[in-house]
Design a protein around this ligand. Structure first.
Ligand code: HEC
Length: 125
C-alpha cells in the first residue's frame, strides 16, 4: 500500500474575526434585516452602533438618544450618493476629531449607509 501515505495537512485557518465578534457581542447586536446580506455592512452597522448610537440614531427608524442630535438617515439624505461613505466620514471628521476609522472600517460604514439610503429611498416611493 505504498503511496497511500498521504499526509493531510489540515490548514487551520483561524479567521481573524475576534475584533468584530467582540463588537457584535458588546453591542446590543441589533442587525436590521435590510442591512444584512453582506458582512461588510453588518460590520459597518456594528461599528456605528458601538461608537455613535449613544447619541445618533443609526437605523431607518427612531429618534436619536440625544434628541438634538441628527439621526444618520437625515445626515445622509443631504449628502451626495456618490462615494457616500467617504463623504460621510469627512462630515464626521469636521464635527468629531475624536473618531477616525481605518480604510476597511470606513468602507464597511459606507456599505451600511448605502444600504440604509437605498432602503429609505425605496420606502419613500
Ligand atoms: C456624545 C454624542 C455623540 C457621539 C458619540 C457621536 N456624535 Fe456625531 N454629533 C453629535 C453632535 C452633538 C453633533 C452636532 C449636532 C448635529 O449635527 O446633529 C454631531 C454631528 C455629527 C455629524 C455632522 C452632521 C451634519 O449635519 O453635518 C456627523 C457626520 C456625525 N456627527 C457623525 C458621527 C459618527 C460617525 C459618530 C460615531 C463614530 C458620531 N457622530 C458620534 C454628537 C455625537
Amino acid at each position: 500500500m505504498e503511496g497511500m501515505n498521504v499526509s493531510k495537512k489540515m490548514m487551520m485557518t483561524k479567521a481573524s474575526v475576534s475584533a468584530f465578534a467582540a463588537l457584535a457581542v458588546g453591542g446590543a447586536c441589533v442587525t436590521s434585516a435590510w442591512g444584512m446580506g453582506g458582512n461588510l455592512s453588518t460590520k459597518g452597522e456594528a461599528l456605528l452602533n458601538e461608537a455613535c448610537a449613544k447619541c445618533h440614531a443609526i437605523g431607518a427608524e427612531g429618534s436619536s438618544k440625544i434628541s438634538t442630535v441628527k439621526p444618520f438617515r437625515d445626515i445622509i439624505a443631504s449628502l451626495p450618493a456618490d462615494d457616500l461613505g467617504n463623504v460621510f466620514i469627512a462630515a464626521m471628521t469636521k464635527k468629531h476629531t475624536q473618531f477616525a476609522f481605518e480604510p476597511m472600517d470606513a468602507k464597511a460604514i459606507g456599505d451600511y449607509l448605502e444600504k440604509l439610503k437605498l432602503h429609505i429611498d425605496s420606502s419613500n416611493k
